[in-house]
Design a protein around this ligand. Structure first.
Ligand SMILES: *Cc1c(COP(=O)(O)O)cnc(C)c1O
Length: 334
């Protein structure tokens, strides 16, 4: 790819900066780690010899994740965020195109463009359910399914996911928000060799700053991925922090329950304008981006089919109260 092509195809990252009070724009957890756990983690981190390279395939963390999920280490690969794993997955499989269902997470398109891979978009229907993606399975390098989907928040039916898997095409099921949903499909990895599940520590685990994501798949796929993975891409500090966080899942679970409660509270408040969500955010049919920004609340402004919509991350109770107040003002209810 030449410089002129890059300039045409990729815009510089847009960073929202400023003295805003409330940040509900990136689907982060509003909770940093409790002080005691941070202290414990830093004590452990202190013991890491920083002159040494980390484990080349991050085995200690792979083992810990495997134990957490009830899989074997051979079924797990860890990456520098799950974004890194998306880029490897696109290099792995043969085929002429990838299939996505918009509106969805932008990174599938980003990496496809970077690799010069054709993108086939089979848009979600009016209820944001998957349509006939099976029809494009032949010659597909991969079919991406995001469930719960970013930015719509809904999940896809298990039967539909199985129907896509039955085509035999590689299916990448992105479960970045699964901890906020009613159920996972990770068990299908035991049945389908063409399934890759993507997960992350960035959302429910509240560790967006350390960049750790992982994939669950058949031993075969993981073996191939490990061969093409950039060595040492996961640093020793992040690896250790993610490991220790799994030991404190009780704290994470509490935070998840809090977020779900708050999500449902905001949902009820704006029923006519909000779509049902099984994630840590809500899609709202409100053109309120600028209005909220003026109130010091940053949310995600959407475009295209979702222009006049915003995506709002669930925050702490006080933050959500301010959001509710501002939105009621926007609606002229007060
Ligand atoms: C946030 C998010 C990710 C996670 O990305 P990381 O690189 O692990 O931080 C993956 N998929 C979707 C749909 C997301 O919204």
């Amino acid at each position: 790819m030449r410089i002129e092509e890059i300039i045409k195809a990729f815009k510089p990252y847009k960073v929202v900066e400023g003295n805003y009070k409330i940040w509900l724009d990136k689907n982060e957890s509003p909770f940093d780690l409790p002080e005691e756990i941070k202290d414990e983690i830093f004590e452990e981190v202190k013991k890491i010899p920083l002159n040494r390279y980390p484990h080349i395939t991050a085995d200690p963390l792979r083992e810990r994740i495997a134990e957490f999920l009830g899989f074997e280490k051979e079924n797990i690969i860890v990456g520098n965020g799950s974004d890194e794993l998306i880029s490897y997955l696109l290099k792995l499989f043969e085929g002429e195109h990838i299939v996505i269902s918009s509106p969805t997470f932008g990174m599938y398109n980003f990496y496809a463009k970077l690799e010069g891979i054709k993108l086939v978009d089979v848009p979600l229907d009016e209820n944001f359910k998957l349509q006939n993606v099976e029809d494009y399975a032949e010659k597909a390098k991969a079919i991406f399914i995001c469930s719960p989907n970013n930015p719509t928040g809904n999940t896809q039916e298990r039967e539909k996911i199985i129907s896509v898997l039955e085509t035999g095409a590689p299916v990448i099921l992105d479960e970045a928000y699964i901890e906020f949903a009613k159920g996972s499909n990770v068990d299908l990895v035991n049945e389908y060799e063409n399934l890759v599940i993507l997960r992350t520590f960035s959302k429910a685990f509240g560790l967006a700053g350390i960049r750790v994501g992982y994939a669950v798949a058949s031993e075969e796929i993981i073996d191939y991925l490990l061969r093409i993975k950039s060595p040492f891409s996961l640093n020793a500090l992040s690896m250790k922090i993610a490991e220790l966080m799994l030991d404190h899942y009780d704290v994470i679970k509490q935070n998840i329950n809090y977020i779900i409660k708050e999500r449902d509270r905001i949902y009820k408040e704006f029923k006519d304008y909000v779509y049902p969500s099984e994630a840590n955010f809500l899609l709202m049919k409100l053109n309120a981006y600028e209005f909220l920004l003026e109130k010091g609340i940053v949310v995600r402004n959407l475009s295209g089919r979702l222009s006049n919509h915003i995506r709002v991350t669930i925050g702490k109770r006080e933050e959500n109260n301010e959001l509710i107040k501002a939105l009621n003002e926007f609606l002229g209810v007060k």
